[in-house]
Design a protein around this ligand. Structure first.
Ligand SMILES: [Zn+2]
Length: 251
């Protein structure tokens, strides 16, 4: 390797999670599937979730570690950015994510879709886009590590209506996703003050979402994802090999 060769990828998949349960809720099936295939997978929380209606940051951190273990993945130390104050145009927030990308060097980065209801989720998606760009800029903050860039940024929507770029068949890993969600008892379980995610039908709504997208591709459970631009295919015939492709009409 020459001195100028880019560093090898250290992770296959890194999922940015604005709060310590978003990655599990949105892409837990894919993460568990990837881990079961022997791929190197990590979740990185941007905040401790200290503004949550229920639970404490320490309790949530313990739940998050248990959830990652249930998925078969690891969890990077939380970046500790402010819950409720994530900003894509805040230089310190950009630097924190660039430093993480240069340290963890994922082949593929997952982040929330930018059109999200929660301002932190929308900001996390936009922050991820900026960080992917600047992580590869040699003269941007060389003190934060050697320049590198994930090969692909994939966005995960939550419960908003989207037309996904693709749907991942997560039928086989779905029990692990459900185990991971059960670990987040302070957020998703009964007993706390009512919120959008723990209220009656909260978890059931996610199960319906995943069942709906599974049905859209002819399998039991699916998770929707978005990328900028069209999905590149080297050989379109591979579409014939996977789950039955059911094209979602564009809106
Ligand atoms: Zn969140």
């Amino acid at each position: 390797m020459t001195a100028d060769a880019p560093p090898a990828a250290a992770l296959d998949l890194l999922a940015l999670s604005p709060h310590p349960d978003d990655a599990e809720l949105s892409c837990g099936g894919w993460l568990a599937l990837a881990a079961a295939r022997g791929q190197r997978v990590q979740i990185l929380d941007l905040t401790h979730g200290e503004l949550a209606t229920n639970g404490t940051p320490a309790g949530r951190a313990a739940e998050a570690l248990a959830a990652a273990a249930a998925l078969g993945v690891t969890r990077a130390p939380c970046l500790g950015l402010p819950d409720g104050g994530l900003r894509a145009d805040e230089p310190d927030h950009l630097a924190a994510v660039v430093q993480a990308l240069r340290r963890l060097r994922p082949r593929l980065l997952l982040a929330p879709w930018v059109e999200a209801r929660h301002p932190d989720h929308a900001a996390a998606g936009a922050l991820a886009e900026r960080a992917v760009f600047f992580a590869g800029v040699r003269r941007y903050r060389p003190d934060l590590g050697a320049p590198t860039r994930p090969g692909r940024l994939v966005f995960y929507p939550q419960r908003q209506e989207v037309t996904p770029s693709f749907v991942v068949d997560v039928s086989d890993s779905y029990p692990r996703k459900q185990q991971a969600l059960a670990c987040h008892a302070s957020q998703l379980g009964p007993g706390g003050a009512p919120t959008l995610i723990n209220a009656p039908l909260g978890l059931e709504a996610w199960a319906v979402r995943d069942r709906y997208w599974g049905a859209a591709i002819g399998v039991r459970h699916g998770e929707p994802y978005l990328i900028r631009g069209p999905v590149p295919l080297a050989d379109p015939l591979t579409l014939a090999d996977g789950p039955a492709p059911v094209l979602v009409p564009a809106r």
